[in-house]
Write a protein that binds this ligand. Sequence first.
Ligand code: IPE
Ligand code: IPE
Ligand code: MG
Ligand code: MG
Ligand code: MG
Length: 293
Amino acid sequence: MEKYKQIIQKQLEEYFEEYKKNSSYSSIIWDAMAYTTLSGGKRLRAIMTLETAKMFKLPIETALPLACSVEIMHAYSLIHDDLPCMDNDDLRRGKPTNHKIYGEAIATLAGDALISFGAQIIIDKTPNNIPKEIVLDIVKDYLVCAGAKGIIAGQVADIKAQDKKGNIENLNYIHKHKTADLFKFAILSSAKLAQVDKKTFEKLEEFALNFGMLFQIYDDIIDCTLTTKELGKTAGKDQEENKLTYVKIHGLDKAKNIFYSLIDKNHGILDSLNVNSKIFKDIHESLITKVKK
Ligand code: IPE
Ligand code: IPE
Ligand code: MG
Ligand code: MG
Ligand code: MG
């Protein structure tokens, strides 16, 4: 996992260096974009993109531009999520949030610019031996994921549900789109590159959706069980902002039970895929460790 993380970090740094060149007047936007994208994080989504490629015998270098685009889209979603008009957060990955450093206007623009940058990276950097129709299909998925039927749909529902009672249907819609859509893109885009068969693709689709849901449930849980230092972001923020979360609807114990049952389901899918991915199991374990704390 650490090796993947380093490969992703190095490639992201190189892309930023290359594309930032010759943009002297507007170099601040590149600094703001790089500030959040390069500032660490677990890199789970990009690791999953690379691991999916490896599972299906694709060289990981082929999926590396895609993995970077996933982290770039993720960084956009974090910058916008933290804005005062959204979740109003001061701390992200143990550092001041983007708007605290660059101001709200530049932070907003940096998020916007990251969306298009990620799509450009897929087009520019995916190796030429991948058929163009596949690249086009993946870029479309990227744009749908970032937009009003993807992350934004979830974020709109999240904001609209604030300070309201809410229900399970609403809650699942939020988690499915604000979080699971990007995990789906991370895994399925790589599966498309590897041209896996239909049955395998459907299993991966179910795995990715389950993972996205259990990941946001995990995030809801640790928001109220871990400290600000452990989180690298402000603890107790969901309650403070009266967010619709798994903990709010189900309580802590039931939220944990649902989390564990989705982990079990995903172990079953991995076994049925016959791929025996240590990385996916390690990722599950890393989340379980934090939920148990
Ligand atoms: C945070 O995601 C946003 C959510 C969808 C909950 P991560 O917890 O993966 O954030 P980083 O990338 O590790 O900082
Ligand atoms: C994250 O939901 C969703 C996106 C960033 C799209 P949260 O608002 O719970 O994420 P954190 O807790 O701020 O990382
Ligand atoms: Mg949010
Ligand atoms: Mg937030
Ligand atoms: Mg959260």
